[in-house]
Design a protein around this ligand. Structure first.
Ligand code: PEP
Ligand code: MG
Length: 574
């Protein structure tokens, strides 16, 4: 039995056989396929081939627009390589004659072309090898994307073990037989972790080398509470974890009586408790929890795992559906925060090639660059505004100019809809995520332009402490109790209340029963919680005393060290 310690990313325990996902960057395995699957494999290769052609067309259009015809010649060179019979004919031939997977057949064919290039005397032609690899990589990535999607074809329950999973990969796990996942990379508040919680898939991340230590077929226990993976456990350990699984089910059942009860502290201060919505599957659960609204509707899932953006009609339908389900309670729809670790396949220029994507073209920055995408989403939200009570929330705001930009587009969208004779949209409140320290520090200038504030602690912590939220090497420094974070949070709450507006918190801090007392003590107006933790947090809030915590927060704000703050909480039994 081997125990590997990592980072608890999504609670719950999963026990089962491992399925190890190949590392798409490095390994292309030779997989022998049964005869009857070979035609389908050739088809799969042809689909990837077509997708690569489309990539090149899109890249050419972009190069022509930005750099001109001269530079677009590079794309022609790539197209020539792609059309080479060594690729178009040899790869299907190899698949059929050798009975192997498309990735392997392709890598063999590429190697053959590479050898031809190497033999060339002319430096210019030898250098074309780089173009060859570029084209090969594009083709491979399309093939591998498809094989990831084939996770849906897995017929038996299993635990997925991988070097890394992107948020888009995690979304793809929904509805599969995958009971949980463990990865070498990743942090606690990565979007991969957040999505795993939403989909109720137990997950452990930041395990360094789990993908090399586990083999497909090994029995594995994944402990999403303690952040542990146990390889080849003995029967006693399995039995122990099965008991824990049963206990959790019983505890969750006991919390059900809290639905519908008021969310006030023991001394009568009322906090609005809302839920975060990350994927459409959660809506039923959220309605069942009787939450007081949706405090954060993360709309990114609509933009991931697809090659063209969602149309206005499609979006309007989704928003209307969620609002109708929640009516008359409010739904805070956040405009898509693409970028960072949430890379879309929409071919949006920028994010894919950034070396530091969390500091890059993300959220409102990206949407103010691609105003067509932004306006489509705003129009869809406005069109749905009759179906219930919605608010618009803008992510990653750092300046006044950005709000002016948003307001301009919103006014345009409104005017267009009116001119098109559509029912006049209702007035929708506009709020901003405060998740960049700059926004917190200039809140007095931002507040007159907006109606409400929602604090995104996940990013606020990463940007305040300069700790990448998905980097397992610095997880120990990602500290919600750091005095700098608490001082900033308190400053945001005070500044917003001073201007008579309301302020909620929607980051993962709201789902941490130990951190919630601090938010309650600061007197935030609402907490938007991951549905999984909603009743547990409600139970915690109902057992707290606001007056005691307000004093505790005052003391905490004078501390210079998070250990002192944790001790203050521990002394109160929190
Ligand atoms: C946050 O940053 O706290 C937040 C809620 O947004 P996201 O996790 O989607 O970046
Ligand atoms: Mg954020």
């Amino acid at each position: 039995m081997i125990v590997i310690k990592g980072i608890a990313a999504s609670p719950g325990i999963a026990i089962g056989k491992a399925y190890v996902l190949e590392d798409e960057e490095i390994v292309v395995n030779r997989i022998e396929l049964p005869r009857e699957l070979l035609r389908a494999e050739v088809k799969r290769f042809k689909a990837a081939y077509k997708a690569t052609h489309r990539d090149l067309d899109a890249a050419e259009a972009k190069v022509l627009k930005v750099l001109g015809r001269q530079h677009a010649k590079l794309i022609d060179a790539h197209r020539l390589i792609l059309r080479d019979t060594l690729i178009t004919q040899d790869v299907p031939k190899r698949i059929l004659s050798e009975g192997v997977n498309a990735e392997f057949a392709l890598s063999e064919a590429l190697e053959a072309v590479n050898q031809q290039f190497e033999k060339m005397e002319d430096e210019f032609f030898r250098e074309r090898r780089h173009d060859l690899f570029d084209v090969g990589k594009r083709l491979l990535s399309h093939l591998l994307k498809q094989s990831k999607k084939n996770l849906a074809d897995i017929k038996d329950d299993c635990l997925l073990i991988a070097r890394n999973l992107l948020p888009s990969d995690t979304l793809g796990l929904h509805g599969t037989r995958i009971l949980g996942f463990a990865t070498d990379l990743g942090g606690k508040t990565s979007h991969t972790a957040i999505l795993a919680q939403s989909l109720e898939i137990p997950a452990v991340v930041g395990l360094s080398d789990v993908s090399r230590r586990v083999k497909t077929g090994d029995t594995v226990i994944l402990d999403g509470e303690q952040g542990m993976v146990i390889i080849s456990p003995g029967p006693e350990t399995v039995a122990k974890y099965q008991r824990v699984q049963q206990k959790t089910v019983a505890e969750d059942k006991a919390l059900e009586g809290l639905r519908g009860l008021p969310s006030a502290t023991l001394d009568g201060k009322v906090f609005k408790l809302e839920a975060n919505l990350d994927s459409p599957e959660e809506i039923k659960a959220i309605v069942g929890l009787q939450s007081e609204g949706i405090g954060l509707f993360r709309t990114e899932y609509l933009f991931l795992n697809r090659s063209s953006p969602p149309a206005e009609d499609e979006q309007a339908k989704v928003y209307a559906g969620v609002m109708r389900a929640m009516e008359p309670k409010p739904v805070v729809i956040r405009t898509a925060d693409i970028g960072g670790d949430r890379l879309s396949q929409l071919g949006i220029e920028g994010p894919k090639s950034e070396t530091n994507p969390f500091m890059g073209l993300r959220g409102v920055r990206l949407f103010l660059r691609h105003t067509d995408l932004f306006k489509t989403q705003l129009r869809a939200i406005l069109r749905a505004s009759h179906k219930g009570h919605s608010r618009i929330l803008i992510p990653m705001v750092s300046s006044v100019g950005e709000i002016h930009g948003v307001r301009r587009l919103l006014a345009q969208a409104q005017a267009e809809l009116q001119a098109e004779g559509l029912e006049e949209p209702r007035k929708v409140e506009l709020g901003i995520m405060v998740e960049i320290p700059a926004a917190a520090l200039i809140l007095d200038a931002l507040l007159p332009l907006i109606d409400f504030v929602s604090i995104g602690t996940n990013d606020l912590i990463q940007y305040t402490l300069a700790v990448d939220r998905i980097n397992e090497n610095v997880t120990h420094l990602y500290d919600p109790y750091h005095p700098a974070v608490l001082r900033l949070l308190d400053q945001i709450v005070q500044a917003t209340h001073k201007k008579g507006k309301w302020v909620g918190v929607c980051g993962e801090m709201t789902s941490d029963p130990h951190a919630v007392p601090l938010l309650v003590g600061m007197g935030v107006d609402s907490l938007s919680i991951s549905p999984r933790m909603f009743l547990r947090i409600k139970q915690a809030v109902r057992a707290l005393k606001h007056s005691v915590l307000a004093k505790l927060v005052k003391e905490a704000l004078n501390c210079g060290d998070s250990e002192q703050i944790r001790k203050l909480l521990a002394d109160q039994g929190l």
